[in-house]
Design a protein around this ligand. Structure first.
Ligand code: C5P
Length: 234
């Protein structure tokens, strides 16, 4: 397996639970040495900073996946607040533009705690038609390529991308650009609503640093067994 300059564990478990109790109960089965955790908009909107702080207190590295997209001053304030929580990774939308991303970078540079700062390029759920409907031209891939380059120029540590984009982005941006990918499905698990998936080993071989995996771990009878099987694959 390819070496990554970004440290292990390389698996980020998406804690997509509707409330704090279920999220914390689930996390208690996991080991911070073996996975990191991701809290997204649903759980954060329901449970707020408390669940984030409790998970960090339990020893987990936490990716706060709130995809900030607003005027530069507001995004900078939100990033500063996230950094103060002690999270390991945060993200913004590259479509917020250069000044917004630079404002995020500047505020993180001044923070006591400095999370990894990544950007979402084009949401993988968007079709080519939808991309054109909002006024962008070219293919989804063209837009991902352009926005990833802009994200890097604007000081982002990396991007969140589809597994299918990893190999090209790794070639273009080198080893120090952090590539985080959802849409990963072990060969033995159901795909659910994810399409164009890759297996953990394929995504890592293509150059992914971190794999965001939710339901193949969270929605099975034995999460630790699933995690072990995925670890063996990566
Ligand atoms: O359960 P599953 O493995 O599909 O979870 C994937 C996680 O990654 C979810 O939290 C989902 O919101 C997130 N995600 C995604 N596709 C993207 C961006 C984020 O699946 N393009």
């Amino acid at each position: 397996m390819r070496d990554s300059i970004f440290s292990s564990p390389h698996i980020i478990v998406a804690l997509d639970f509707p409330d704090q109790q279920q999220a914390l109960q689930f996390a208690r089965q996991l080991d911070p040495q073996r996975c990191r955790l991701k809290v997204g908009k649903e759980l954060f909107t329901r449970a707020g900073t408390q669940v984030v702080e409790q998970l960090i207190d339990s020893g987990f590295d936490l990716f706060l996946d709130l995809k900030f997209h607003d005027i530069p001053n507001t995004v900078a304030g939100a990033c500063a607040a996230a950094a103060d929580l002690g999270v390991w990774m945060i993200n913004v939308h590259a479509l917020g533009g250069r000044r917004m991303m630079e404002a995020a970078r500047n505020v993180i540079e001044q923070s006591g705690h400095q999370p990894l700062l990544t950007a979402v390029t084009i949401l993988t759920s968007m079709s080519e038609n939808e991309i054109h409907e909002i006024g962008l031209t070219g293919t989804p891939r063209d837009n991902v390529t352009r926005l990833a380059a802009l994200a890097r120029e604007s000081g982002m540590d990396g991007v969140v991308c589809s597994p299918r984009e990893v190999a090209d982005l790794r070639r273009e941006h080198g080893e120090e650009f952090c590539l985080v990918t959802p849409g990963v499905r072990p060969s033995w698990s159901v795909k659910g609503d994810q399409s164009r998936t890759m297996t953990p080993v394929e995504a890592r071989q293509a150059g992914a640093d971190y794999l965001v995996i939710g339901r193949p771990i969270t929605a099975v009878a034995n999460p630790l067994e699933a995690l072990s099987a995925i670890e063996k694959e990566t």
